[in-house]
Ligand binder design. Structure first.
Ligand SMILES: [Zn+2]
Ligand SMILES: [Zn+2]
Length: 363
């Protein structure tokens, strides 16, 4: 295939497609919005998450102008890894599990793209990596520093698609034009980096170990999601049995967790995810014997272990089958709650949702 552009722009190692699109525009001397408008005249692609592209309608016009084959683009989007994690059930509009959400409104973003200032600084051509959109990536393994998810100067989200031709490099902040490579590297939490390494290994090998058994990528991340929600519940709960249970598993509960709208780790900013991964790592590493002992000795009931309306991950079903069932007590409690005030965390969440909306409206 031959490129129709004056200057052909090859994809760089692990480059994410949105980074390549912006680079391609800047190299041709035009604004990213102008280039994408000419490739897809009928689509306003920056109002969507371009890194989730996988359909022919989106990719074919790009192959035609760039001369890059479809298979190469396939490795530069989130689709294949997200597909493994979600076992093929990827919603068109809702967030994808373990992939950071952009919170896009028109062409503005709330968050979702991270960077390592040292990596960008060492690149002969700075570019954004695919891995920086994974929710479990909070550190740069190569440089041992924490990633950034905002501009270090003006705190705006990283939005390279809003750059202009004269900005020339994708490593410039689209809002204040600061060079993101100048951000000072900070240290990264050890357990969070260990979790990141383990999750990367699971994705690469297509399987992982958990509670003494080998499970596939989907079930491993499903368990990690379940444990994430267990950590969140335990850290905001007064339920001493639940807290005792997680302590028995060697988990130190995170403090000062950000209150976020929705429940997913995919929407959290980097500091919040780092805290979760710190607590999550020992949970994912716990042995079957220790887990079963903690279930038994804490006296935890099925309803405390698993939130109402949620299913237990497959790996836990058998182990939890002998737990006491207190469903009747719980039902009665819930009926009483309906007439009372909303719990504090719910009010905080509503407030956070409102603040997000105001923040977006101001931008
Ligand atoms: Zn780096
Ligand atoms: Zn800035």
């Amino acid at each position: 295939m031959i490129s129709q552009w004056v200057i052909p722009v090859p994809l760089l190692p692990d480059e994410i497609i949105s980074s390549w699109l912006v680079r391609a525009a800047l190299i041709q001397g035009c604004d990213p919005l102008v280039l994408t408008g000419s490739v897809w005249p009928k689509l306003r692609i920056w109002t969507r998450d371009t890194d989730r592209f996988f359909d022919d309608e989106s990719i074919d016009p790009l192959c035609a102008v760039s001369g890059i084959p479809k298979q190469e683009f396939a490795t530069s989007t989130l689709y294949s890894v997200a597909c493994q994690i979600a076992d093929g059930n990827l919603p068109v509009k809702a967030s994808w599990p373990w992939m950071l959400t952009l919170g896009a409104r028109n062409t503005k973003r709330r968050s979702g793209l991270q960077y390592c200032p040292v990596c960008l600084g060492e690149d002969s051509t700075p570019y954004y990596r695919l891995q920086w959109r994974y929710a479990w990536h909070v550190c740069c393994e190569k440089h041992g520093c924490a990633l950034y998810d905002r501009c270090n100067t003006c705190n705006a989200p990283v939005e390279p698609h809003r750059l202009l031709a004269e900005d020339q490099q994708v490593s410039v902040c689209a809002t204040c034009k600061t060079d993101l490579r100048k951000a000072i590297p900070t240290s990264c939490a050890t357990n969070a980096l260990d979790f990141q390494r383990e999750a990367d290994r699971v994705v690469l090998q297509g399987q992982g170990e958990c509670l003494g058994k080998t499970i596939d990528v989907h079930h491993w991340f499903d368990l990690a999601s379940f444990f994430t929600s267990l950590i969140r519940r335990a850290s905001r709960s007064n339920n001493t049995i639940l807290i005792d249970f997680v302590h028995r598993l060697g988990v130190k509960l995170p403090e000062g967790l950000a209150v976020i709208p929705g429940a997913g780790i995919e929407m959290l900013r980097i500091q919040g995810r780092q805290k979760f991964l710190e607590s999550l790592y020992p949970l994912m590493m716990v042995g079957q014997e220790q887990f079963e002992l903690a279930l038994k000795e804490s006296g935890i009931a099925t309803q405390t272990l698993c939130e109402k309306g949620k299913a237990l991950p497959e790996r836990l079903l058998e182990m939890a089958s002998s737990l006491p069932d207190k469903s009747r007590i719980r039902t009665r409690k819930q009926v009483c709650k309906l007439s009372g005030p909303r719990p504090r965390h719910e009010v905080m969440r509503m407030m956070a949702r409102l603040q997000h909306k105001l923040e977006m409206a101001k931008r």
